[in-house]
Design a binder for this molecule. Sequence first.
Ligand SMILES: *[C@@H]1O[C@H](CO)[C@@H](O)[C@H](O)[C@H]1NC(C)=O
Ligand SMILES: *[C@@H]1O[C@H](CO)[C@@H](O)[C@H](O)[C@H]1NC(C)=O
Ligand SMILES: *[C@@H]1O[C@H](CO)[C@@H](O)[C@H](O)[C@H]1NC(C)=O
Ligand SMILES: *[C@@H]1O[C@H](CO)[C@@H](O)[C@H](O)[C@H]1NC(C)=O
Length: 336
Amino acid sequence: MVFFPLILAFSISVQALTAPRTGEPSPSPFSAQVIFQSSVLLENIAARASSELLLTSFASPTLFTLDPKTTNGTLSAVHTFPNATALTGITEYQPGVFAVIASVINTTTFRAALGSVVVWSIDLNSHTPTVDALCALPTVEGPNAVTAVPGHPDIILMADSIAGGVWQINARTGKARFVIQDASMLPNRPAPALGINGLHVRDAAPDALYFSNSQKGILARVLICVEDGNIRAAGAVEVLATIQSADAVQSPDDFAFDRDGRAWMTVHPGAVALLSPPVNHSGQWTQLNAVGNAVGSDPQLIQPTSAAFGRGNAVQEQRLYVVTGAGQIMAVDTKA
Ligand SMILES: *[C@@H]1O[C@H](CO)[C@@H](O)[C@H](O)[C@H]1NC(C)=O
Ligand SMILES: *[C@@H]1O[C@H](CO)[C@@H](O)[C@H](O)[C@H]1NC(C)=O
Ligand SMILES: *[C@@H]1O[C@H](CO)[C@@H](O)[C@H](O)[C@H]1NC(C)=O
Ligand SMILES: *[C@@H]1O[C@H](CO)[C@@H](O)[C@H](O)[C@H]1NC(C)=O
């Protein structure tokens, strides 16, 4: 979540978004198109096994869904969470069951009101969703992305962008613990600058927690282990890449891994960067500008906030869905 109030003033038609422009920086190597223009800005995305996309907004307490296989589909409300103005992270932590973070967020300071952050579970396995509050996080001001932990279906991890660390929520007991904190997860300035933002655990024996830090502009990882049911860091943080460009400030947000272990990183103000691990597993990751550009002049990709691979069939699985702060949902053909 890196939110720019300016975008609220934007009013963009789908025609304007898809119109070709001349004089753009070098074209993207991957074909990409906006498949939906939402009137609410979008913050996070998850794909269901059925292919349907789940979408959260920094400016709405409603969880939305869209079927990306339908041309000109409609955004439908799944559930509206009480006592909240924003939904940030969403992740599937058990089959068909998603964790969603609700809060009341001040869109000037980007701080959540103390006492407003609640971790919810929404079970979409039956026609009518079952919604349960897992726990409240009364001291958290920077609720952001969440991730599941392979092999530990009760554990959900949440990035705290302001405290610079990671919360563990146990979905069975409803207990929350602040389990990892590191200088690499803090922002260098107070909010609205945000530190750790996106996070994903990769099953790599030992597991590794990968995260972006928006203000520091990095992708990093830390090995983790589970001890007595609790996650802890099992090593020092390793910075894998610094997202930079010669002429613009680059601020990474959320990201998605593909099957080859490459990270597709949304980068403010207007790009998706493809970060690939070094062939011999040591050294810095390489970077390619996959979609958009560093100066944010691509009208199809305005303040990208999150990305997720499609699911449900082979075509969907090679498609990366990117959501933006201007309400765009873009489909990127990652095999192109
Ligand atoms: C989808 O919407 C676009 C833009 O409004 C329109 O040009 C197109 O005909 C629509 N496609 C279908 C299948 O309805
Ligand atoms: C919402 O907040 C009000 C006032 O603090 C409280 O009484 C109510 O129980 C809350 N609702 C839920 C579902 O948490
Ligand atoms: C958000 O924070 C700013 C700065 O502290 C404050 O002036 C403003 O009133 C807050 N907005 C809301 C809706 O509380
Ligand atoms: C492995 O990576 C390191 C660091 O980038 C580099 O110095 C080394 O030459 C690489 N070795 C091989 C065999 O590619």
